[in-house]
Design a protein around this ligand. Structure first.
Ligand code: DCP
Ligand code: MG
Length: 404
């Protein structure tokens, strides 16, 4: 059945909220994240800071070098979460299914409410108007026939943008001369591989589908579909505040009986879980380890420490659970966070950008990534973002398995 999908994403979210609430910040390069005197990264920055080359995830010291005249501020998560709730409440009224991707981002299935494209345009317009009028914030909206196209569309005219892609043909026409990185799930390392065989643009992918599939297997198959504008994924109703847990798991190509390796892979899973939880503004107070043994028998073990914030602490809990299980060959390993909470008290205690605690945690994570890097001869630290893609995570785990 054809779908009508809207993807909505706020512009420079954290920074826009701060500028809205403090007019003296408006029109200035504003960088939210750690302060230049601290260790840490940029969470986001205003559009005024972007021409300097500052972007999310960048080391704060690098940002400061590029933009010494910027205003640097810690994030105020409590506020962003409150705004996020208001945003999603507005958006959800127009959708039969709403999939929250992040505090500032959602996919909306508007097929029923819209009836046709004209109806969908009206909804898109209402979403932009109401977001601006009621919350004094701008967003970018993409209207399309699929999730990938809707996401591409919302990025097309950022900030305060609106764009529509109504058919696979339109999608293909728009992106075919662009770099393969525009394709959903193609990150840096996949792109490098494709460049390696002379595939640089989406058009190249279309013309050399067999080569792409031979090179990348299952992921290749998906990429060739996306390059043709085919993506039939549905909008999955998801509201993080109703979620019971946030987890990640992976299945090895071959069973693993090396528990040192499992501990290492567990750390990558923990990083993923932390990242996902952070995106939707949640923390957990319990950790569950899941194993499926080679004989298909699954077990789960849980612990609820007083607080469990960063990846290192999630990993520590999960690893100590792993130490205690029966040591048989494993085909699947997973870790999840439960007893989710979004209270300020929890957030401050665990996130505390300005506390010694956060710095210690970050240093520990760095140390662990460096140690892992040495063990497997991989640059985990420099590729952290990529590891958040399940595809890369799988490939990395397989590589670790073969090279332990
Ligand atoms: N965020 C973060 N760390 C990242 C990326 C994002 O903390 N590496 C936070 C800050 C952002 C919010 O999530 O404000 C939303 O992320 P987006 O990627 O949508 O970025 P912005 O909304 O800030 O900017 P854009 O206008 O490009 O969407
Ligand atoms: Mg955004």
């Amino acid at each position: 059945m054809p779908q009508i999908i809207i993807h909505v994403d706020m512009d420079a979210f954290y920074a826009s909220v701060e500028m809205r609430d403090d007019p003296t910040l408006r029109g200035k390069p504003l960088i939210i994240g750690s302060l230049p005197s601290e260790r840490g990264v940029v969470a986001t920055c205003s559009y005024e800071a972007r021409p300097f080359g500052v972007h999310s995830g960048m080391n704060i010291k690098d940002a400061y070098r590029l933009c010494p005249g910027g205003i640097y501020m810690h994030p105020n998560f409590e506020k962003y979460r409150a705004v996020s709730r208001q945003l999603h409440a507005i958006w959800d009224t127009y959708a039969s299914a709403s999939e929250t991707i992040a505090l500032d981002e959602a996919y909306l299935d508007v097929t029923e409410q819209a009836v046709d494209w004209e109806g969908a345009r009206r909804i898109a317009r209402l979403i932009k108007e109401r977001t601006l009028e009621e919350l004094k914030l701008t967003c970018s909206v993409g209207l399309a026939y699929s999730k990938t196209a809707a996401k591409t569309a919302s990025e097309e005219k950022k900030p305060d943008g609106y764009f529509e892609i109504l058919s696979p043909e339109e999608y293909v026409r728009l992106i075919q001369d662009r770099d393969v990185k525009v394709l959903y799930t193609v990150g840096g390392s996949t792109a490098e591989k494709l460049y390696g065989i002379g595939i640089r643009t989406v058009r190249d992918v279309q013309q050399r589908q067999e080569d792409v599939i031979r090179l990348l297997g299952k992921q290749g198959r998906w990429i060739t579909q996306v390059a043709l504008g085919i993506d039939e994924r549905r909008v999955e109703p998801y509201r993080p505040e109703e979620a019971k847990s946030i987890g990640r798991e992976l299945t090895f190509q071959k069973d693993v009986d090396n528990y040192e390796l499992l501990r290492d892979v567990l750390f990558l899973l923990a990083l993923n879980v932390e990242n996902r939880a952070k995106r939707v503004g949640l923390r957990g107070r319990g950790v569950t380890l899941k194993l499926t043994y080679a004989n298909m028998k699954s077990i789960t073990r849980s612990r609820s420490p007083a607080a469990c914030g960063g990846a290192v602490s999630i990993w520590r809990e999960a690893a100590s659970l792993l130490d205690k299980v029966e040591k048989r060959p494993v085909r699947l390993i997973g870790v999840s966070l439960y007893n989710l909470t979004d209270t300020e008290e929890q957030q401050l205690r665990l996130e505390g950008f300005d506390t010694e605690d956060a710095r210690t945690r970050e240093a520990e994570q760095k140390r662990m990534l460096a140690a892992l890097g040495e063990r497997y001869h991989l640059d985990f630290e420099g590729n952290l973002e990529k590891l958040f893609h399940m595809e890369t995570l799988h490939r990395t785990a397989e590589y670790m398995r073969k090279h332990f």
